[in-house]
Ligand binder design. Structure first.
Ligand code: PEP
Length: 248
């Protein structure tokens, strides 16, 4: 279960308090891997207090160093204790038009090369009646994972997040039975890249308006191995309930 805090909370103290609540909740569960994808400025302070959850970041650049003002490399965050990195989140794709499938592929290659596990975010803008979204998703996967060796399968997580279901302006969460169809399709595409056996190692997660009421339904009926949780991960109580529901 991955918490995507986005650009929240507003202070380091609040980030630390939230981590403490989450850590407390994890002590009561046995079989859930938890990742907290924090904004860059909080990574160092959070790293010192994490015991069960793993540290994640929300982006990493595609070069190691150089004249790239404002960018942060995979190597830099790895040295802060980051184990997982979100790549290709739709809010980045939307707000940074240069964040194309090609650039996302470069970021994935660099992050994997630096020993990070990648959470590769994909998902359609619109669920059209003609089923064009299947082609859209396939293109995202094929172009994003272009040239990635099958031996990296252990380090790849796919987060399926329909864009229309994400964030405060979301129409609604997906329906788990619809998610299931798309996850099956994603698995087919992964299998065409890595083969059946290796592709089975890749967890597929659902994200988009997950809350304490629907998390279990997605995990039971959506065909996914985990969840990427945005807003609901900022409320310690709600996120703790999601973790508890995932511990079956
Ligand atoms: C996200 O940002 O990845 C996300 C799923 O957001 P939310 O849960 O708030 O819809």
């Amino acid at each position: 279960i991955i918490a995507n805090w986005k650009m929240n909370p507003d202070t380091s103290d609040k980030a630390v308090t939230l981590v403490q609540t989450i850590e407390q909740a994890i002590t009561g569960i046995s079989d859930v891997e938890v990742v907290i994808a924090s904004p860059f400025p909080f990574l160092s302070s959070i790293a010192t207090i994490l015991t069960h959850a793993k540290l994640g970041s929300q982006n990493a650049f595609w070069e190691d160093k150089g004249a790239y003002t404002g960018e942060i490399s995979a190597d830099m965050i790895k040295n802060l204790g980051v184990k997982y990195v979100l790549i290709g989140h739709s809010e980045r794709r939307q707000d940074h038009p240069e964040e194309t499938n090609e650039i996302i592929n470069k970021k994935i290659i660099k992050a994997l090369k630096n020993g990070l596990k990648i959470i590769f975010c994909i998902g359609e803008r619109e669920r059209d009646t003609k089923g064009c979204y299947f082609h859209f998703i396939k293109k995202e996967i094929l172009e994003g994972l272009e040239g990635i060796d099958g031996k990296e399968a252990d380090n790849i997580i796919i987060a399926y997040e329909p864009i229309w279901a994400i964030g405060a302006k979301a129409q609604r969460a997906d329906r788990p039975d619809d998610t299931l169809k798309i996850v099956d399709f994603i698995r087919e595409v992964l299998s065409s890249i890595f083969g059946k056996n290796l592709s089975r190692k890749i967890p597929v997660l659902y994200g988009g308006s997950v809350d304490a009421d629907n998390a279990q339904d997605f995990l039971k009926n959506g065909g996914v191995q985990g969840l990427l949780v945005g807003r609901s991960s900022l409320d310690g109580k709600i996120f703790s309930k999601i973790l508890k529901d995932a511990d079956v």
